[in-house]
Design a protein around this ligand. Structure first.
Ligand SMILES: [Zn+2]
Length: 291
């Protein structure tokens, strides 16, 4: 827990930074969840007396659903986490005074995690980019940021997530990678063994928000599942879906391949929740209760 949060935690009855908390909330009543860097968790908390919006975890707004007197949401932790505990707050503004008030909603304890290292050799043109490619990557990144910022407020799935393939995992989430003995990056997805042409099913139902060729991930499909949850399928050889189409869980969205920056044919499966790439296994585990 940060010093600032600790201060809020102990003194929110009287004052918390520049905000006021009008009702008594005992520290022991705030639900606590634990998470690791690069993970997503599903949280369900009792509905407060009045619903305040938005719900903020650190500086990130968290979309949530209200169902059966509960608030349901996904919370993700960055791979690059500072591994410090924090509190998420509901914020509301007093209409008369304009004063912003916060209400502690849940506490997150962040556990430590170490990631593996591996070396890879790929086409040097995909490591040392030409000026033209740098411009292309920059434009694609700007578009992707907009896409990942616009998740549906509705839950577009009703069953737990499934991994897209049951084949051997050739690179797990979070591996530190050294490309061509030079560039060091982090692998923020999971690679599944797949020769060119293997049908790729969607991990869950959702809306296609991108289906096109990108510099790094080649032919790519991105699905929005709502509440800030996206899945991404990269290096495909063929796309079966179009933007804005709604797909069902298990529907074939394309064929595997080796397009983009790939050292061989495989499927790259990425999971992004509230703008953080997280381990797909944590999404599968956190939604198992739906099955
Ligand atoms: Zn990958």
């Amino acid at each position: 827990m940060s010093r600032n949060n600790l201060f809020c935690f102990l003194f929110f009855l009287f004052s918390c930074s520049h905000s006021q908390v009008p009702s008594v909330v005992l520290a022991s009543e705030i639900p606590t969840f634990s998470i690791h860097p690069g993970e997503v968790i599903f949280v369900s908390i009792r509905l407060p007396n009045s619903v305040h919006s938005p719900l903020m975890c650190k500086d990130q707004e968290i979309k949530f659903l209200v169902e059966d007197n509960k608030i349901l949401a996904f919370v993700s932790e960055s791979y690059f986490s500072n591994e410090k505990d924090y509190t998420c707050y509901f914020y509301s503004q007093n209409i008369k005074t304009g004063e912003v008030m916060n209400f502690p909603a849940l506490k997150i304890t962040v556990e430590k995690k170490e990631f593996l290292k591996e070396k890879l050799n790929v086409n040097p043109k995909k490591v040392f980019l030409s000026e033209k490619d740098k411009l292309r990557v920059k434009k694609e990144q700007a578009r992707l940021n907009i896409i990942y910022n616009q998740s549906s407020s509705e839950l577009l799935f009703h069953k737990g997530f499934e991994v897209p393939l049951s084949s051997k995992i050739t690179s797990i989430y979070g591996t530190k990678r050294i490309f061509n003995n030079n560039l060091e990056t982090q692998h923020l997805g999971t690679d599944y063994r797949a020769s060119v042409g293997v049908p790729i099913p969607s991990s869950n139902s959702g809306r296609v928000v991108l289906a096109e060729d990108l510099f790094y991930t080649g032919y790519t499909v991105i699905l929005d599942h709502g509440l800030g949850v996206f899945t991404m399928y990269g290096h495909l050889s063929k796309l079966f879906v179009k933007k804005d189409e709604f797909v069902l869980q298990g529907q074939e969205i394309g064929l595997s391949g080796k397009t983009g920056r790939a050292s061989g044919p495989h499927l790259h499966w990425g999971v992004k929740v509230h703008k953080e790439w997280v381990d797909g296994d944590s999404l599968v585990a956190s939604t198992r209760i739906w099955n």
